[in-house]
Design a protein around this ligand. Structure first.
Ligand SMILES: C[S@@+](CC[C@H](N)C(=O)[O-])C[C@H]1O[C@@H](n2cnc3c(N)ncnc32)[C@H](O)[C@@H]1O
Length: 158
């Protein structure tokens, strides 16, 4: 039962294959490129605060690959900033600019896209993922992390 934690950074998960471009003690892989797994190999893909680092076009290419490696009924869990929350706090300009655009503090740290639930649901459904639901914040594995704007979304490959 293979499970992936993509763009894990320092937040590695037990019982998952932890993958990151930069982080020590993980599988080093540029996850914009095809994952080194066979078709229908993976039970779950978990990815927290990674997709906002991709341009929309790159995210769509990545989603196609995630769909390739997931088993039928495989689960995809994405956590990312919620555009609606970030936009609502736009008067807090430093915070807003950081969350919307981020800064290049390490390779790949810039933000290139931000979604609200409806936007992300549409992209996932366009790629054939089903049962797209919003997760409760309590389901995020790390208490107190990203909590001021965190959005969790879960869906399945048919
Ligand atoms: C904001 S951190 C998120 C870390 C952790 N998952 C979390 O939720 O806090 C984004 C991570 O994505 C990684 N990353 C960015 N672009 C990547 C790429 N093309 N391939 C693999 N990892 C990438 C970065 O190295 C970084 O560790």
């Amino acid at each position: 039962m293979l499970k992936l934690n993509i763009g894990c950074g320092g937040r590695q998960l037990d019982e998952y294959i932890n993958i990151d471009l930069n982080e020590p003690n993980t599988i080093h892989h540029d996850c914009k490129q095809q994952l080194p797994f066979e078709e229908n190999d993976i039970t779950e893909i978990f990815s927290s605060h990674f997709i906002e680092h991709l341009w929309v076009k790159e995210f769509k290419k990545v989603l196609q690959d995630w769909k390739r490696v997931l088993k039928p009924k495989g689960r995809l869990v994405i956590w990312t900033p919620d555009y609606d929350v970030v936009h609502a706090k736009r008067n807090n300009i430093d915070w807003f600019q950081y969350r919307m655009f981020s800064k290049a503090i390490y390779p790949g740290s810039e933000h290139h896209a931000i979604y609200n639930f409806e936007m992300l649901k549409k992209v996932l459904e366009d790629f054939g993922f089903v049962n797209v639901v919003r997760l409760d914040i309590g389901e995020f594995p790390w208490e107190g992390v990203h909590e001021d704007m965190n959005m969790g979304v879960c869906c399945f490959k048919i």
